[in-house]
Design a protein around this ligand. Sequence first.
Ligand code: ZN
Length: 204
Amino acid sequence: MNLRKKTFERDDFTCQKCSTSQNAKLEAHHINLRSMGGKNELNNLITLCSICHYLAPNGKESFATYIAEKIDGNILNSFRKYKNSIAERTTFGMERKFQEGEAITKPPLGYIMINKKLIIEEQNAARVRSMYALFLEGDLSLTKLAKIHSVSVNGLKKILSNRAYLGEVKFAGKGSKGTHKVLLDSELFEQVQQKLRTEYSIKD
Ligand SMILES: [Zn+2]
């Protein structure tokens, strides 16, 4: 049984703040947040409804106070009706961060990160462009081309199919327009994708 389900069972499928058990999407909330080093284990998890989860404070001590102050779940029902808008807003916020490059940790080859923004780094950008051109025009195998540029074959495949070079960012599996500069001509990019698909069965 997974940890999430174990948490719910231990807490009798009831929000530990407002005691709601029905009409509430339950969350297994990390008391000590994972981003702050909290462990993914049963004694660090507690069942909360989505509203109480959303409003929970960070930090073990403030959380202890928060959870000790019980509230009547019925008064939250008005919010529950619209709880999807909370999720939408959170997703929207993350998407915006992503578009602004804030959520990108490692810049693709050819870019460097300055003040959380992707900036083209000309020397490596030229390398990337030459990889695309050589792959398309030359009769070099991926292995040979990887060797020439001292990257792994897998690394090369990633470079040759990275839509970040078109100025796109990927969030939750779908691409959208980012704010960084385009590094490659989109026609060249598409030709390379075509060749990857037909000759190597690689899809981006
Ligand atoms: Zn609750």
